[in-house]
Ligand binder design. Structure first.
Ligand code: EPU
Length: 426
């Protein structure tokens, strides 16, 4: 029998599942590996990354790097990037449009070649997503920008270290300016830099490439170096664990009950989330190899407010909202990062969730049961949260648009089946 083509397999079907148990392996962090791949542009030679998740955003970033002239080899969670001396310093619209994170090639290209042309990313399902802070921060180092035909052209004859002040700790702006500053002349301080674990991973990677980056109190301090080199380790640089993937399985346990070991999950990267889940009635026990998550009985409601790290990440919110739809009590959820990030709530309402939204707040009154329904995934996390909600709903939930989920999840269905969930791809 022929395999159905990818369009036909764009739906995930979830059924009410009983208590989950067993073990699930947490992969490398999407939001780290994409930036490490961009950082490789900063040095000629062979770069090796390990613990690379098999997700479609990594494939897209590979396509972008290949279009620039990088030779990419992928095997079993390893990625080898052969970066030549010369590169096409352009990121075309058809690739940037499919993945906003492509914008992070700007910093390393400017640092190494003094020139870059990157298509302006458009808005997305969270609403407008400007890059003004990326550009202002790079201008502080001496870059000059012009916009033409939908592309940003950047030039910098010399980048010079400076005091860069971010008005908000933007993850992407911090990464772009950091990857430029590592080769600027002199010292840069980034004030109000983002502090997410993925930023820590990028700092570790750049330092392994010969950069001089460290924290000076609450500022990121970068002493520019003449050149970078690929890291000197045959086994490659190991990408940190994906805390957002981990939060997905934590939510599944919270909604279905049971006890699951999340192998590789790093509790220190999820302190606030673990505190919140504990408040809701889960038991989370970290050890050196991962995190054991247990839930017995119905969860209780807790208010949630998203904030930059170390606050509760906006990426956790769809999972927390899903959990709150069946928890006992009423919760107020406030989104402070992406104010448009409530779209999936209409889908949860189709499953019987009692949620009212007002501006960037949502009031959720926990129901005894959700009711399975056809719903649609509009972004990676929202899609995965709908699948998780489907595991706790009566009947069958069909989540269309599963390709959004594939952007950030390696085998979500297989991993859920592995811990006893009733879910399939069709
Ligand atoms: N912002 C601006 N101007 C800028 C940059 C950001 O106004 O120049 C605003 C954004 O519009 C948003 C806020 O600042 O309201 C935060 O944006 P940030 O730059 O911190 O986010 P990002 O770098 O675009 C990354 C992750 C997101 C995650 C956010 C917040 C990647 C590829 N993406 O986005 O992850 O939600 O940080 O932590 O690292 C996902 O994985 O699905 C995802 C969306």
């Amino acid at each position: 029998m022929n395999e159905p083509d990818s369009d036909e397999r764009d739906t995930i079907v979830a059924r009410r599942s009983s208590a989950l148990d067993g073990e699930v392996r947490i992969g490398g962090a999407k939001n780290s590996v994409l930036k490490l791949m961009a950082a490789c542009l900063g040095a000629e030679g062979r770069h090796v990354l390990a613990n690379v998740p098999d997700i479609s955003d990594v494939s897209l970033m590979c396509e972008l790097l290949e279009a620039m002239g990088v030779i990419v080899t992928r095997d079993d969670h390893r990625l080898i990037l052969d970066v030549p001396a010369e590169l096409h310093t352009e990121a075309p619209y058809h690739l940037v449009e499919r993945m906003r994170a492509s914008i992070v090639v700007l910093g390393p290209l400017l640092a190494r070649f003094g020139t870059a042309r990157v298509a302006l990313p458009g808005g997305d399902d969270f609403g407008p997503r400007p890059i003004d802070m990326h550009l202002r921060a790079l201008e502080s180092l001496g870059a000059v920008f012009s916009t033409e035909h939908g592309d940003i052209s950047a030039r910098a004859d010399t980048l010079t270290g400076a005091d860069v002040v971010l008005e908000y700790p933007s993850v992407g702006a911090t990464e772009n300016v950091l990857m430029a500053a590592v080769r600027a002349k002199g010292r840069t301080h980034i004030h109000n830099a983002a502090r997410e674990p993925e930023i820590g991973d990028l700092v570790g990677f750049l330092n392994a490439m010969g950069a001089k980056v460290g924290w000076a109190g609450d500022r990121l301090r970068i002493d520019g170096v003449e050149r970078l080199h690929p890291i000197r380790s045959d086994s490659g640089y190991r990408v940190i664990a994906d805390r957002i993937e981990a939060s997905t399985y934590l939510a599944a346990v919270g909604m279905c009950g049971g006890s699951v070991f999340l192998r590789g999950a790093v509790a220190d990267h999820m302190t606030m989330l673990i505190r919140k889940l504990t408040e809701m009635g889960m038991h989370i026990a970290p050890d050196a190899a991962g995190v054991q998550a247990t839930a017995t009985g119905r969860l209780v409601a807790a208010d949630i407010s998203t904030l930059p790290y170390p606050g509760l990440a906006t990426d956790y919110k769809p999972f927390l909202v899903a959990m709150l739809t069946t928890a006992s009590g009423v919760a107020i959820v406030t989104e402070n990062i992406f104010t448009g990030r409530f779209r999936y709530i209409d889908e949860l309402r189709r499953m019987g969730a009692d949620i009212r939204t007002e501006g960037h707040h949502a009031v959720i009154r926990g129901a005894e049961h959700l009711s399975g329904a056809p719903v649609r995934s509009h972004d990676i996390r929202a899609g995965a949260a709908l699948v998780v909600a489907g595991l706790a709903a009566e009947g069958q939930t069909e989540v269309a648009g599963a390709s959004h989920i594939d952007r950030g999840y390696e085998d979500l269905v297989g991993k859920l089946v592995g811990i006893g969930a009733t879910v399939s791809r069709s």
